[in-house]
Design a protein around this ligand. Sequence first.
Ligand code: SF4
Ligand code: SF4
Length: 388
Amino acid sequence: MSKPTYEIVGHIERFDERDTVFSREALVPGSAEETLYHEKNPHLKQVDDALSRFIDEKLDRSGPTWGRTYYRTVFDSMAHLGLPDCVDGVPARGEMDLTEAEATRLLKSVALYLGADVVGIGPLRQEWVYSHKGARPFFDSQAPNPPLFEGMPEGYSGRCWGDAIEIDHPRAVALGFSQDLGILRTGPGEASDLEVGKIYARSALVACQLSSFIRSLGWSARAHHVRNYGVLAVPVAVDAGLGELARSGHLLHKIYGLNLRLSIVTTDMPLLLDEPVEIGVQEFCERCLKCARCCPVGAIPQGPKTEANGVMKWKMDAEKCLQYWSKTGAACVICQVVCPWSKALSWYHKAIAHLASRYPGLTPALLLGDDLFYGKKYRARAKPEWMV
Ligand code: SF4
Ligand code: SF4
């Protein structure tokens, strides 16, 4: 079995979701969670208040703006897919009679049919399971959520802020969903927000549907998506053979580049595992730096990898990144768009990706070609005509 290309150099502490920038930006000022978190982390109070302006502005109901309208169009209803009985549930009694190979083929086919662009299966390492729940929505009781919410599935953990998360599934199905690069190139703005949310919603729905499919076959399964993660999606997807960890902190897929949103289904269903892949990303990112050069706030490092929680990697500055989102009022996607691997699907892009992956000596020429053809700097395009 080949190994993933990230390098483990020390002990990996399970990550607390409360410490992610997305959890911190969502802390409601004055709430019990916010008070407790900033009593323990007073040095983060100022930056978190700045981060929370992004989400406060999106959820502000004082009057319509185009930014709020398009954001809420795609993100509001997605929250329901985070309900515990959407991501999890009770498996059917008894198990369908399937060999591992039959189950694997069927599961991958169903995932692609439902809307995933790529799918891989890997082991679930406990290091990639969040230690505690940190991101909204939280579920204090069943009452606020009728009629959708049928109740807390047995054994479901990580219900409210600060709850411990336990996921003992041995396998994880990683799902990747590509975005419309033309619309992303208009960002950061309303159009790119709309596209990002549209694809996040699709990734959440398919993960819930696939986990339901597995439970109907008789095995346990839990979906993990943007409105209810229990695991770190990027390293899980790397272990499942979808791609490598790139300088920007994203998963880099050989054909889609950084242009994938991820969701995960963890399960105890017996399945054949995919091998992690080595497509030359580590060497390519050493020389490339395009995402780092184009990042408007320097959130992506231009230097070498450093150790972060036991793993050697380029550690992006998530606080700087999200502060930029707060400033622009929209999710930034510049790094994803400028990456030379993130291109519209075509035979020549596939051929170039193949060359880049097989022949590292070609990297300087390929980078020069990318700059000449697509531009050295990022320039946003006009949003679609139909968008007011
Ligand atoms: S999303 Fe934008 S601000 Fe954040 S790291 Fe990428 S380019 Fe930089
Ligand atoms: S833009 Fe270049 S450095 Fe950044 S992730 Fe893509 S290949 Fe790596």
